[in-house]
Ligand binder design. Structure first.
Ligand SMILES: [Fe+2]
Ligand SMILES: [Fe+2]
Length: 246
């Protein structure tokens, strides 16, 4: 642990470092993809961004889960995940439920919003109990479907986001039905229940209160998330270096 960059073999200091935005963030927005214009600016004093972007807080060499919370996640996701997990903790829920709440929107934090439940589940699958990843995946679909037996109603916020006449697509309806019949249904359903009440911008929660639960339920790789050679390591590296040209 010498605190050096993983990318220290690419000394880009002193030169302008150009950032091409991710194509998926621009598609359909009408904003131009400025690749040709950026490439035209390359020269002795300008290179494409690779490695640590000085505009972002530097990640430790072997990053752990909470480093991503603190150093990469958007504020709204940081607060939302901590609040929903704290609710589950205070209600004495099973640690699988607390973990699923803590991780359920992890993809929204610094990766992708589209199909965030599926991306999030994949991101954490090598490190958590199968039930936790499963609950994260299916919470996305279950959010659209009320369950009166446990007091879960369709979110008012979804009427606001999508319009009252919104109908979720077929794959979401199918996956919600699969989830409803599954033995881990309630784990995922409890995620959706805590989801509703966890958007208070004034609640401050110290992520460290989850250190012990994470220690017991999230197998943090010794080399750090992103550097353990797992099938999802590149997804964590993408959050460490979100501006890399390649
Ligand atoms: Fe979600
Ligand atoms: Fe959520």
């Amino acid at each position: 642990m010498d605190g050096q960059d993983h990318d220290s073999e690419f000394p880009q200091q002193g030169r302008e470092r150009l950032i091409l935005r991710q194509p998926i963030a621009l598609l359909g927005t009408g904003e131009p993809n400025d690749e040709a214009a950026l490439l035209a600016r390359l020269g002795p004093d300008a290179v494409m961004m690779m490695g640590d972007n000085p505009a972002l807080p530097r990640m430790p060499r072997a990053p752990k889960l909470l480093d991503f919370f603190r150093l990469r996640f958007q504020d709204i996701t940081f607060r939302h995940l901590l609040q929903s997990a704290k609710l589950a903790l205070d209600e004495g829920m099973d640690e699988n439920v607390v973990m699923a709440c803590l991780l359920h929107d992890i993809s929204n934090g610094a990766l992708l919003r589209t199909d965030h439940g599926y991306w999030g589940a994949q991101l954490i699958a090598p490190y958590v109990a199968e039930e936790v990843a499963w609950a994260v995946q299916y919470h996305q679909a279950l959010r659209y479907f009320p369950d009166e037996s446990v007091g879960y109603r369709y979110p008012e916020s979804y009427d606001h986001f999508f319009g009252r006449d919104y109908v979720p697509p077929e794959y979401i309806r199918r996956d919600a039905e699969i989830a409803r019949r599954h033995r881990w249904y309630m784990t995922s359903r409890l995620v959706t229940m805590h989801d509703l009440y966890s958007f208070d911008p004034n609640v401050e929660i110290d992520p460290e209160i989850f250190t012990d639960i994470i220690g017991r339920n999230f197998r943090q790789p010794e080399d750090g998330l992103g550097f353990d050679g797992s099938p999802v390591a590149h997804m964590w590296r993408t959050m460490i270096w979100p501006n890399n040209f390649l």
